[in-house]
Write a protein that binds this ligand. Structure first.
Ligand code: G6P
Length: 581
């Protein structure tokens, strides 16, 4: 899940690569590095984040360059383990996103043949292997073509060498896009660093190796030249800028009305195949927030259609596959989460039909699944998922309508208005109650249990406060032992069948001395009197209240994290796209 970017053309490469890496930092940010080819090959790499640390990288000369921002897997974050990695002679440089699984054996062989390793990374074997082949073949493309079949694992590789007026790139199971400019070309993990220069892109397939110079791109697969479709990317540059907001996360929370509006209108039963519209049973595989979206879907679909929905953590599915049949849905905003991809492959191996739900055109999941529904959330830069989550729910709620043969309700079609309204809510008291505590519990029932899980995830990942979501009835089976005046409980208590039992749960919590912050319908006459802080949301349908209560919890996490001085967009130890198991 590192970010990589490469450039070849008429401009100085280093400033462009540095700017590109800043946009890719959401993929990992524990170290970064740049290499360029001008008169010679030059390298600059450091532990830590790129912001404020770019002076020496910007001094590199040359109109060809590659860069990398790292999320460490093999070797701690330090200068030596930062990419790019060089061969023994210092004339070939490689950046890599992915994992070389057979690196130990390759490293042992290379060391025995006299190569000197400077890092603990898996990646460094690649550049030494290329060094050997380049030495004999004198052709960088042929060298990479010979090395790639020896690698087991996942990789998006960018390779440059002194005196070579080209960049060689290769892809297997890690995303790699080539941006086609005018007298200049780009390669990167995704379009965000490229959008400023071109909207034309080609997405490489597994096994593709390409040679790129300033005016030409040639792609090969299994030694034969192939072509990949030229796609026009309709994301605008403004989408990847902060646009006056202090953080990307806040900007993306504010973009949710639009993301929901665009997405719910784009999902249409006319474009969906029969195996999606008429399933006998459904299994959902996903990770993180996408898993929570899957849980909301399970509640909504089972309630409206009585079709059983099984929900599995994608990371468990590979090793403990349940008996599966019918439709398998992989939900992944990035389209690159390794566990979700593996789970879908497994589903295909069991002859299941597969549907992917993703935000990224050309992503791995869209090439793997039988059919894909794309959300219309636009690029999401902040590590914590917000608008991609709301857009996933737009797809899934519309899917529930499509499968049940119902029209999308007016309330849902206008949910963007309710979401917009809730953005203005004043959370000062709730933020004050959360700032300074060590633990927070979130409780809800049915789909609001999933909202509780997602709210707690948002809180813990960006504020670093320990937060847990529970099905409201479960709190008394253990967690009650932890309740005290220092453990706020956030209760989702909206009108409906479970309102009464939620009120009882809240009273039980209060009786144990824990303060309660309740999210409920405006105009509720009972709730405000029994809780410490009442947060009203518009009185609409349950599905729309799922959306608005989610936004409340996103904002609560955001403002709490800001109050605590956290690095909201780049929380410690995390990455947006997890391309390792
Ligand atoms: C990472 C991100 C989460 C995300 C999860 C699944 O952990 O930090 O925000 O929910 O991956 O990502 P996906 O791209 O598959 O939805």
């Amino acid at each position: 899940m590192c970010g990589i970017v490469g450039y070849i053309g008429r401009r100085e490469a280093a400033p462009l690569i540095v700017e590109g890496l800043k946009k890719l930092e959401y993929r990992g940010y524990d170290s970064f590095g740049v290499a360029t080819v001008g008169k010679t090959l030059e390298l600059d790499k450091h532990r830590g984040r790129i912001s404020g640390n770019t002076k020496s990288a910007l001094r590199l000369k040359g109109k060809i360059g590659i860069g990398h921002t790292r999320w460490a897997t093999h070797g701690i974050p330090n200068d030596a383990n930062a990419h790019p990695h060089l061969d023994c002679s210092g004339t070939i440089a490689v950046v890599h996103n992915g994992i070389i699984e057979n690196y130990s054996e390759l490293k042992r062989q290379l060391t025995a043949r006299g190569h000197t390793f400077r890092s603990e990374t898996d990646t460094e074997v690649v550049v030494h292997l290329i060094e050997e082949e380049y030495g004999t073949k004198k052709d960088l493309l042929a060298a990479v073509q010979t090395v790639v079949p020896k690698l087991v694992g996942s990789y998006a590789l960018l390779v440059i060498a002194a005196k070579e007026e080209r960049m060689i790139v290769a892809r297997n199971a890690s995303p790699l896009v080539i941006g086609i400019g005018d007298g200049e070309n780009f390669a990167a993990s995704d379009m965000t660093p490229i959008l400023e220069y071109t909207e034309r892109a080609m997405f490489l397939e597994d096994g593709d190796i390409a040679t790129i110079n300033a005016s030409e791109v040639k792609i090969f697969n299994k030694g034969k030249q192939v072509s990949r479709p030229l796609e026009l990317i309709d994301w605008s540059l403004e989408d990847v800028k902060k646009g006056g907001f202090t953080h990307y996360m806040l900007k993306e929370i504010y973009e949710q009305p639009q993301a929901f509006y665009n997405t719910i209108r784009s999902v249409n039963s006319d474009t969906l195949p029969g195996f999606v519209l008429n399933p006998t049973s459904i299994t959902v595989v996903a990770c993180g927030s996408s898993f929570h979206a899957g849980l909301i879907f399970k509640y909504l679909l089972e309630e409206s259609c009585r079709i059983p929905v099984r929900l599995e953590f994608a990371s468990e599915f590979k090793y403990y596959p349940p008996p599966i049949e019918g439709l398998v849905i992989g939900i992944t905003q990035s389209g690159e989460t390794a566990d979700t991809l593996t789970a879908l492959k497994q589903a295909k191996a069991h002859n299941c039909r597969t549907l992917a739900i993703t935000n990224i055109l050309g992503s791995s999941v869209s090439r793997l699944a039988d059919t894909t529904i794309f959300m219309r959330a636009g690029p999401e830069i902040s590590v914590a998922a917000t608008k991609s989550f709301i857009a996933q729910l737009a797809v899934l709620m519309q899917l529930v309508n499509n499968i049940s043969g119902r029209m999308c309700s007016d309330m849902l079609l206008h949910a963007h208005q309710a979401i917009e309204e809730i953005l203005l809510i004043d959370l000062t008291d709730a933020v004050a109650a959360c700032t300074g505590v060590k633990d927070i519990f979130y409780i809800g029932r049915g789909p609001f249990y999933a909202v509780a899980l997602e709210g707690a995830l948002k809180m813990k990942e960006i504020s670093y406060i320990h937060a847990e979501g529970y099905a409201a009835g479960e709190l008394k089976h253990g967690p009650f032992a932890l309740l005290s005046p220092e453990t706020p409980v956030i209760a989702l208590c909206t009108p409906g069948e479970t309102y009464g039992v939620m009120i009882s749960n809240i009273k039980e919590v209060k009786a144990r001395g824990a303060p309660v912050i309740a999210v409920g319908s405006e105009g509720d006459s009972e709730l405000p009197d029994i809780v410490d802080i009442f947060i009203p949301i518009p009185h609409t349908s349950p599905s729309v209240q799922v959306l608005t209560s989610l936004v409340v919890l996103q904002l609560l996490a955001y403002y709490t994290a800001v109050a605590l001085g956290r690095d909201v967009d780049k929380p410690r130890n995390l990455a947006k796209s997890v391309t390792v198991e």
